[in-house]
Design a protein around this ligand. Structure first.
Ligand code: PNS
Length: 167
Protein backbone atom coordinates (compact mmCIF):
# COMPACT_ATOMS: atom_id res chain seq x y z
CA UNK A 1 0.00 0.00 0.00
CA UNK A 2 1.84 3.11 -1.19
CA UNK A 3 0.47 6.23 0.43
CA UNK A 4 1.78 9.75 -0.32
CA UNK A 5 1.10 13.26 0.91
CA UNK A 6 0.64 16.18 -1.48
CA UNK A 7 1.20 19.16 0.84
CA UNK A 8 0.59 22.86 0.36
CA UNK A 9 -1.09 25.96 1.65
CA UNK A 10 -3.77 25.70 -1.08
CA UNK A 11 -4.81 29.34 -0.72
CA UNK A 12 -6.83 28.47 -2.78
CA UNK A 13 -6.45 25.14 -4.62
CA UNK A 14 -5.75 25.69 -8.36
CA UNK A 15 -5.91 23.56 -11.50
CA UNK A 16 -2.10 23.32 -11.19
CA UNK A 17 -2.51 21.67 -7.78
CA UNK A 18 -5.22 19.42 -9.23
CA UNK A 19 -2.83 18.32 -11.98
CA UNK A 20 -0.27 17.20 -9.36
CA UNK A 21 -2.95 15.55 -7.20
CA UNK A 22 -4.58 13.74 -10.13
CA UNK A 23 -1.28 12.45 -11.47
CA UNK A 24 -0.24 11.33 -7.97
CA UNK A 25 -3.55 9.50 -7.58
CA UNK A 26 -2.74 7.52 -10.75
CA UNK A 27 0.72 6.58 -9.49
CA UNK A 28 -0.03 5.70 -5.85
CA UNK A 29 -2.64 3.68 -3.93
CA UNK A 30 -3.65 6.54 -1.68
CA UNK A 31 -3.10 10.29 -1.75
CA UNK A 32 -3.59 12.59 1.21
CA UNK A 33 -3.79 16.26 0.37
CA UNK A 34 -2.22 17.94 3.41
CA UNK A 35 -3.48 21.49 3.87
CA UNK A 36 -0.95 23.38 6.00
CA UNK A 37 -2.22 25.99 8.44
CA UNK A 38 0.65 28.24 7.19
CA UNK A 39 -0.36 31.04 9.56
CA UNK A 40 3.02 32.73 9.19
CA UNK A 41 2.83 32.82 5.41
CA UNK A 42 2.70 36.22 3.70
CA UNK A 43 2.27 39.56 5.42
CA UNK A 44 -1.24 38.78 6.71
CA UNK A 45 -1.36 34.98 6.49
CA UNK A 46 -3.54 33.11 3.98
CA UNK A 47 -6.60 34.77 2.39
CA UNK A 48 -8.83 31.77 3.14
CA UNK A 49 -9.16 30.24 6.61
CA UNK A 50 -7.85 26.72 7.09
CA UNK A 51 -11.42 25.40 7.17
CA UNK A 52 -12.25 27.19 3.92
CA UNK A 53 -9.10 25.89 2.20
CA UNK A 54 -9.88 22.34 3.33
CA UNK A 55 -13.53 22.62 2.18
CA UNK A 56 -12.51 23.92 -1.27
CA UNK A 57 -9.88 21.18 -1.66
CA UNK A 58 -12.39 18.50 -0.59
CA UNK A 59 -14.91 19.65 -3.15
CA UNK A 60 -12.24 19.72 -5.91
CA UNK A 61 -11.03 16.15 -5.25
CA UNK A 62 -14.42 14.54 -4.73
CA UNK A 63 -14.21 12.70 -8.07
CA UNK A 64 -10.91 11.03 -7.14
CA UNK A 65 -11.63 7.83 -5.16
CA UNK A 66 -8.22 7.38 -3.54
CA UNK A 67 -7.71 11.02 -2.50
CA UNK A 68 -8.61 12.53 0.88
CA UNK A 69 -7.94 15.96 2.38
CA UNK A 70 -6.61 16.66 5.87
CA UNK A 71 -5.47 19.85 7.59
CA UNK A 72 -2.19 19.93 9.52
CA UNK A 73 -0.47 22.40 11.80
CA UNK A 74 2.78 20.61 12.60
CA UNK A 75 5.94 19.78 10.69
CA UNK A 76 5.28 18.18 7.30
CA UNK A 77 7.54 15.24 8.17
CA UNK A 78 5.53 14.61 11.36
CA UNK A 79 2.22 14.88 9.53
CA UNK A 80 3.44 12.51 6.80
CA UNK A 81 4.62 10.00 9.42
CA UNK A 82 1.35 10.22 11.34
CA UNK A 83 -0.68 9.27 8.25
CA UNK A 84 1.74 6.51 7.22
CA UNK A 85 2.95 8.15 4.00
CA UNK A 86 6.18 6.92 2.38
CA UNK A 87 6.72 10.11 0.35
CA UNK A 88 5.79 13.71 -0.18
CA UNK A 89 4.89 14.71 -3.74
CA UNK A 90 5.14 18.28 -4.99
CA UNK A 91 4.86 19.90 -8.40
CA UNK A 92 7.70 21.77 -10.06
CA UNK A 93 6.89 24.57 -12.47
CA UNK A 94 10.19 26.30 -13.09
CA UNK A 95 13.75 26.66 -11.84
CA UNK A 96 12.53 29.24 -9.32
CA UNK A 97 10.38 26.51 -7.73
CA UNK A 98 13.40 24.22 -7.74
CA UNK A 99 15.50 26.54 -5.51
CA UNK A 100 12.78 26.66 -2.85
CA UNK A 101 11.78 23.01 -3.12
CA UNK A 102 15.41 21.89 -3.04
CA UNK A 103 15.90 23.74 0.25
CA UNK A 104 12.67 22.36 1.73
CA UNK A 105 13.51 18.80 0.63
CA UNK A 106 16.99 19.07 2.18
CA UNK A 107 15.49 20.40 5.41
CA UNK A 108 12.85 17.66 5.52
CA UNK A 109 15.58 15.08 4.84
CA UNK A 110 17.44 16.31 7.93
CA UNK A 111 14.25 15.93 9.94
CA UNK A 112 13.31 12.48 8.59
CA UNK A 113 15.64 10.52 6.31
CA UNK A 114 13.01 7.86 5.62
CA UNK A 115 10.52 10.22 4.02
CA UNK A 116 11.07 10.41 0.27
CA UNK A 117 10.66 13.70 -1.62
CA UNK A 118 9.16 13.24 -5.09
CA UNK A 119 8.50 15.87 -7.73
CA UNK A 120 6.30 15.87 -10.78
CA UNK A 121 6.88 18.33 -13.58
CA UNK A 122 3.97 20.65 -14.09
CA UNK A 123 2.20 20.16 -17.41
CA UNK A 124 2.98 23.05 -19.81
CA UNK A 125 -0.52 24.53 -19.52
CA UNK A 126 -0.06 24.86 -15.77
CA UNK A 127 3.45 26.33 -15.77
CA UNK A 128 2.18 29.82 -15.00
CA UNK A 129 -0.58 28.79 -12.56
CA UNK A 130 -0.26 29.65 -8.87
CA UNK A 131 -2.55 30.59 -6.00
CA UNK A 132 -0.89 34.03 -5.94
CA UNK A 133 -1.67 34.64 -9.61
CA UNK A 134 -5.25 33.43 -9.08
CA UNK A 135 -5.72 35.89 -6.19
CA UNK A 136 -4.17 38.77 -8.13
CA UNK A 137 -6.41 38.23 -11.18
CA UNK A 138 -9.56 37.70 -9.09
CA UNK A 139 -8.88 40.83 -7.05
CA UNK A 140 -8.81 42.80 -10.33
CA UNK A 141 -12.08 41.18 -11.48
CA UNK A 142 -10.27 39.16 -14.18
CA UNK A 143 -11.14 35.69 -15.53
CA UNK A 144 -9.67 32.57 -13.94
CA UNK A 145 -10.50 30.10 -16.73
CA UNK A 146 -7.66 27.55 -16.93
CA UNK A 147 -6.32 28.66 -13.53
CA UNK A 148 -9.01 27.52 -11.06
CA UNK A 149 -12.35 25.73 -11.19
CA UNK A 150 -15.50 27.88 -11.32
CA UNK A 151 -16.27 27.02 -7.68
CA UNK A 152 -12.86 28.27 -6.55
CA UNK A 153 -13.13 31.32 -8.82
CA UNK A 154 -16.45 32.22 -7.19
CA UNK A 155 -15.02 31.65 -3.69
CA UNK A 156 -12.26 34.10 -4.60
CA UNK A 157 -14.73 36.59 -6.08
CA UNK A 158 -16.79 36.43 -2.88
CA UNK A 159 -13.65 37.25 -0.83
CA UNK A 160 -13.14 40.35 -2.97
CA UNK A 161 -16.81 41.41 -2.83
CA UNK A 162 -17.46 40.58 -6.50
CA UNK A 163 -20.60 38.94 -7.93
CA UNK A 164 -20.33 35.24 -8.79
CA UNK A 165 -19.92 34.06 -12.38
CA UNK A 166 -22.69 31.83 -13.76
CA UNK A 167 -21.74 28.38 -15.05
O1 PNS B 1 1.93 25.59 -1.14
P1 PNS B 1 3.14 25.98 -0.37
O2 PNS B 1 2.83 27.20 0.48
O3 PNS B 1 4.36 26.15 -1.21
O4 PNS B 1 3.45 24.78 0.63
C1 PNS B 1 4.48 24.89 1.57
C2 PNS B 1 4.33 23.79 2.63
C3 PNS B 1 2.98 23.89 3.32
C4 PNS B 1 4.46 22.45 1.99
C5 PNS B 1 5.47 24.02 3.66
O5 PNS B 1 5.42 25.32 4.16
C6 PNS B 1 5.40 23.05 4.83
O6 PNS B 1 5.82 21.93 4.70
N1 PNS B 1 4.84 23.51 5.97
C7 PNS B 1 4.67 22.73 7.16
C8 PNS B 1 5.71 23.12 8.22
C9 PNS B 1 7.05 22.51 7.85
O7 PNS B 1 7.25 21.33 7.93
N2 PNS B 1 7.98 23.36 7.37
C10 PNS B 1 9.25 22.90 6.88
C11 PNS B 1 10.34 23.05 7.86
S1 PNS B 1 10.66 24.78 8.18
Amino acid sequence: MRKVVVPGTFDPITLGHMDVITRSSQLFDEVIVGVAASQGKGAHGPLFTLDERVALAKSEVKGLDNVTVQPFDNLLVEFARSVGACAVVKGLRATTDFEYEFQMAALNYRLDKDLEALFVMSSPEHMYVSSSVAKEIARMDGPLKGITSLAVENALRAKYGLDPIEA
